[in-house]
Design a protein around this ligand. Structure first.
Ligand SMILES: [Zn+2]
Length: 200
């Protein structure tokens, strides 16, 4: 029995964007790249959107959550316009099926379960490329509901390559609220060992 070629994976090192932008993507590619704050998720999304556009690939960029966002913005001042998926927004699926853009979803941890399931359907049933970027863990040590829904749907899940480290020097995987006196930062990056994650 013949088997279809398995999807080709982008290498998720610094060449990853070029790999994706070179069009070496199969349809039906449903990827969730996660990382802590400051790991460059939005910068990665912007770079991917621009590179794909330069390669004449139709792209639609989205951001999610309760707070309206009409752009994806990175800490280095770059941005691209984005459509806002509020928790009550239905994906424009008919348009997406007709247009077949590459979908880039920033802040994907805020997707609702039904939005994640619809993205899965677009990807698998309609052969669309969907790249989601977001946080995996909340500062309270819970997997964000949108991230959990993406895992549930079988998105190819990979940590985004980054150099954010915990105070102990290990690679950061999550964020925590600082406990020390005088630390005014809202969140600090932490490794798995030092994250507020139930490990019992
Ligand atoms: Zn640590």
């Amino acid at each position: 029995m013949d088997h279809a070629e398995p999807p080709q994976w982008p290498s998720l090192d610094h060449e990853g964007v070029a790999f994706l932008a070179a069009g070496r993507l199969c349809g039906g590619y449903f990827l969730f790249l996660h990382g802590p704050m400051s790991s460059g998720k939005s910068a990665w999304a912007i770079k991917l959107a621009r590179n794909l556009s330069m390669a004449s690939t139709h792209v639609r960029t989205f951001s999610t959550g309760k707070v309206e966002r009409t752009k994806i913005a990175s800490r280095d001042g770059q941005s691209v316009p984005a459509e806002w998926l509020s928790p009550t927004t239905r994906l424009p699926s008919a348009d997406l099926i007709a247009e077949k853009p590459v979908l880039i979803i920033d802040e994907a941890q805020f997707l609702t379960r039904s939005q994640a399931i619809e993205l899965h359907s677009l990807s698998i049933r309609h052969n669309l490329v969907v790249v989601c970027l977001g946080l995996l863990w909340s500062a309270e040590g819970r997997v964000f509901s949108g991230a959990a829904a993406l895992l549930l749907c079988g998105a190819l899940t990979r940590p985004l390559p980054h150099d954010v480290v915990c105070w102990c020097g290990a690679r950061a995987v999550a964020d925590a609220r600082p406990m020390g006196p005088g630390d005014s930062r809202r969140y600090v990056p932490v490794c798995f060992d030092h994250a507020t994650i139930d490990k019992s």
